[in-house]
Design a protein around this ligand. Structure first.
Ligand code: NAD
Ligand code: TDX
Length: 339
């Protein structure tokens, strides 16, 4: 039976990969892709899908309740991932994070509630749990770990996350939430560490490593995240949260050294820079619930192969990130939509 999913934020990194993943793996599903095309939204991420009858792009802001409502009316379920997503930007200015991540989620929930009968999935993040210490490798975030966000970005995502919980409790809405660890893969905006470091090295620039480089992230390939989102949307229990991660913890220094090696560069290309304010020390996800209850397994995240493939993608798609870094990708919007 054919079905339609409304996706918010589908011109960003995870969104564009999600569209491609669903079109390839769920032949019965069509996607309405609602995205405001902020600085991180890029229609070039969706190149080649222009004529696909199962993908419709709608430019618009999730704060536009009327538009959101009309799109939800046309859909059977909502995958909500539109967000301001970069921690460093939230430290410079948290307002867009509160507006989009909190206010936007409220709009999605209220409009879905009015329309009724649609499951809403929120793509949340492991950052809502705060940080783990380096000297306790036995500790992992579980779904029961208290919410304790440390950056304005994480706080805005945590607010969205608990708002979803409250709408389930108060109104009995059919909602599900995923909390995933750091993603890597194609089309990631080159402000995030992997595409930033790879593209800098191709440009002959050094890579800015924050602080002592010992902060740890748990890396998962974006397609494994996309599969988890699909599984939770289709089979997750209403009101439940599912952690998503691949037990792939790496310090930033270890990650940087791997990238340097893959790029044929030496350690002199590392530029130690001042630490991020409030920099979370370690993230690590216990994903046993989604594995046990929904049979999800990461199959595309094994290192070093998966990292090697991602680095190769940025090397081969030089034009894509150069246009992002230079701002040229935005010309397309002006051409398509006017100023
Ligand atoms: P991204 O910044 O690449 O993409 C975000 C997209 O949302 C962009 O296309 C942007 O145009 C759109 N958007 C922003 N504000 C909007 C608004 N007001 N209305 C409509 N669209 C808007 O981010 P990403 O890395 O793809 O992350 C997607 C989601 O996944 C976010 O919710 C993020 O919190 C979450 N997440 C990301 C990671 C990760 O490692 N990247 C991990 C866990 C969770
Ligand atoms: O220039 C840099 N130097 C550096 O050392 C940058 C941009 C990052 N880093 C470090 C900071 C982090 O410890 O690398 C690590 C990864 O940084 P980011 O790529 O900015 O990701 P992070 O802050 O971990 O957040 C990401 O994962 C969780 C996403 O951006 C979030 O949207 C997601 O929720």
């Amino acid at each position: 039976m054919s079905t339609t999913w409304l996706l918010t934020g589908g011109a960003g990194f995870i969104g564009a990969n999600f569209v491609r993943f669903v079109l390839a793996n769920r032949t019965e599903v069509s996607i309405i892709n609602h995205d405001a095309l902020t600085y991180s939204g890029n229609l070039e991420n969706l190149a080649g899908l222009e004529d696909d009858p199962r993908h419709e792009f709608v430019k618009g802001d999730i704060l536009d309740a009327g538009l959101v409502r009309s799109l939800i009316e046309r859909a059977d379920a909502v995958v909500h991932m539109a967000a301001e997503s970069h921690v460093d930007r939230s430290i410079l200015d948290s307002k867009p994070f509160i507006d989009t991540n909190v206010g936007g989620t409220q709009v999605i929930l209220d409009e879905a509630r009015k329309v009724g009968g649609r499951r809403v999935l929120l793509v949340s993040t492991d950052e809502v749990y705060g940080a783990l210490p380096l000297d306790r490798p036995d500790l992992l975030f579980t779904e029961e770990t208290p919410i304790a966000p440390n950056s304005p970005y994480a706080a805005s995502k945590a607010a969205a996350d608990v708002l979803v919980r409250a709408y389930h409790h108060t109104f009995g809405m059919d909602v599900v939430t995923t909390r995933c660890s750091n993603n890597f893969g194609p089309y990631q905006f080159p402000e995030k560490v992997i595409p930033l470091f790879v593209s800098n090295l191709i440009e002959g620039k050094k890579v800015p490593l924050y602080g002592d480089g010992l902060n740890v992230r748990d890396w998962l390939h974006v397609d494994d995240h996309c599969e988890a989102i699909v599984r939770v949307l289709e089979d997750g229990t209403a009101g439940e949260v599912y952690n998503v991660g691949g037990n792939n913890e790496r310090s930033n220094l270890e990650l940087t050294r791997m990238i340097l090696e893959l790029m044929g560069c030496g350690e002199e290309m590392i530029e130690p820079v001042a630490d991020r304010l409030g920099h979370d020390r370690r993230y690590a996800i216990d994903a046993s619930k989604i594995r046990r209850e929904l049979g999800w397994e990461p199959t595309r995240s094994a290192w070093p192969g998966a990292l090697e493939e991602t680095v190769a993608w940025y090397r081969e798609n030089d034009e894509w990130w150069r246009r992002v870094k230079s701002g040229a990708y935005r010309d397309y919007y002006a051409q398509q939509y006017g100023e």
